[in-house]
Design a protein around this ligand. Structure first.
Ligand code: GDP
Ligand code: IMO
Ligand code: MG
Length: 420
């Protein structure tokens, strides 16, 4: 028997999950995505190649490792096909890519409803990636969805038409013009690629793997503050991005979860709308965005940047049961004289250290200042050569977060990873 480890984001996504999953894959037999869909953009860099994955787990570039798309994931066959085409060009063997029959399908009309709904929200829009994620999960919980296993059934076309009719009625409700025919033709063509992979009952597969002592890493998408239950609702995604999501999204029992790796940036970013108490609107924020190359891997939108938020991180650590932390993009802070960290919030004249239910836009961050460092740390091969101020930053974070930091990332490449 083994336990499945989980790796997930502790902020608003884009923490660098793809990079670290790739770095850790050599220690695992199975890498499994458990929620989200092509709203995710997980970037990997090695041997001068930069690759962005949306649906496919980030262990795909390692020979002999099983990559599994779990039941909790939603799949757009068109995006999946594009991803497969891109990876095939790199001569990667994908015979070990498995897909749960229970994973739900994103239909072209789900994407249209996503767009129509965002348009109707006007200024209150979520800032969705418009990949059809929300409407697909709505059909899942509404018990109307189509799943990967359905594409092999004889009445698939009928099921599709039935759901499409429902979607057209929803679209009629909105003031939204659309052209469906071409999208639909493309979608049906792309099903061929999806069909060419093994569709399995992945919960049984995972149970057997655990029994046989296989090592499993569950790869999260988005981040804890985008979780449907615990994130900054309604400015969240539509799935459980937390450790519990790995249980429901793969069929792993809670007592079979092992290590929980929580990833965070040495600062903080967010893409899309919603509260972000420690957001910066000054030249430091601009600098973080520029040096950190903070543009969405899925949509290309600029990411909002700010200082690290300790209360929000503590909250994420508690909800996920994080056992090890990993700090990403430490290199981006190089050259900043004074680093700030949000330690509390001021809310209605009171000092608090949690995210309240009420209007998070009204939180004023209270900062602690820490000494920065000048040195370019991107070429460091060991932490022993790192500047004292970085050591102090790490030690202070471990003290306030009460969880050890096991990895410091100092650049986008696989090799720019320092273990402690
Ligand atoms: P994910 O969604 O959590 O996998 O993260 P993304 O791929 O969306 O965003 C992380 C971005 O930061 C990518 O462009 C990575 O290549 C890059 N990155 C990851 N780690 C580091 C790091 O330590 N330093 C720098 N400068 N970039 C990094
Ligand atoms: P990875 O896995 C960052 C954000 C969107 C929007 C909100 C809802 O790369 O970290 P959705 O498309 O789910 O309806 O969008 O969630 N969002 C992400 N932000 N990284 C992601 O994934 C995200 N996936 C969704 O910007 O604010
Ligand atoms: Mg991303």
């Amino acid at each position: 028997m083994t336990k499945a480890d989980v790796l997930l984001g502790l902020q608003w996504g884009d923490e660098g999950k793809g990079k670290i999953v790739d770095v850790l894959t050599s220690k695992y037999d199975i890498i499994a995505r458990f929620q989200g869909g092509p709203n995710a953009g997980h970037t990997l860099e090695f041997d001068g190649i930069k690759h962005v994955l949306h649906t496919i787990p980030s262990g795909i570039f390692h020979e002999g490792v099983i990559n599994l798309i779990g039941n909790g994931v939603v799949i757009d066959p068109v995006i999946f096909q594009d991803e497969i085409t891109g990876i095939r060009k790199l001569a990667v063997n994908m015979s070990e890519l498995l897909i749960s029959k229970k994973a739900h399908l994103i239909l072209p009309t789900h994407k249209l409803i996503d767009a129509a709904s965002e348009k109707a929200k006007g200024k209150e829009k979520i800032g969705s990636t418009l990949k059809g994620i929300g409407p697909t999960y709505m059909d899942k919980t509404g018990r109307n969805g189509l799943r990967v296993g359905d594409i092999s059934s004889v009445d698939f076309q009928e099921k599709y038409e039935k759901l499409k009719r429902k979607h057209i009625q929803i679209l009629d409700f909105y003031d939204f013009e659309y052209e469906l025919d071409a999208l639909e033709a493309n979608w049906f063509d792309s099903l061929e690629t999806l069909r060419s992979f093994k569709h399995i009952e992945s919960e049984h597969y995972i149970h057997n793997a655990i029994k046989q002592g296989k090592k499993i890493l569950a790869e999260g998408a988005q981040g804890t503050l985008l979780d449907i239950d615990f994130g900054s609702y309604p400015f969240v995604t539509s799935s459980n991005t937390i450790t519990a999501g790995a249980c429901t999204g793969l069929g792993v029992a809670p007592n079979n979860i092992g290590e929980v790796f929580g990833i965070f940036k040495a600062y903080c970013t967010r893409v899309g709308s919603g509260p972000f108490p420690s957001e910066l609107f000054d030249e430091v924020g601009e600098r973080l965005g520029k040096i950190g190359n903070e543009f969405g891997a899925t949509t290309g939108r600029p990411r909002r940047c700010g200082w690290i938020d300790i209360p929000a991180l503590r909250y994420a650590i508690n909800i996920n049961g994080v056992t090890q932390l990993m700090m990403m993009k430490a290199d981006v802070l190089s050259g900043i004289k004074t680093i700030k960290a949000c330690l509390h919030y001021e809310f209605n004249g009171k000092k608090i250290d949690y995210l309240p239910f009420e209007d998070n836009e009204k939180l004023t961050p209270i900062y602690k200042e820490l000494e920065g460092w000048e040195m370019n740390i991107m070429e460091l091969e060991s932490l022993s050569d790192a500047p004292q101020a970085l050591h102090k930053y790490i030690a202070w974070l471990e003290e306030v977060l009460e969880v050890p930091i096991s990895i410091i990332s100092v650049g986008p490449d696989r090799k720019q990873t320092l273990f402690r």
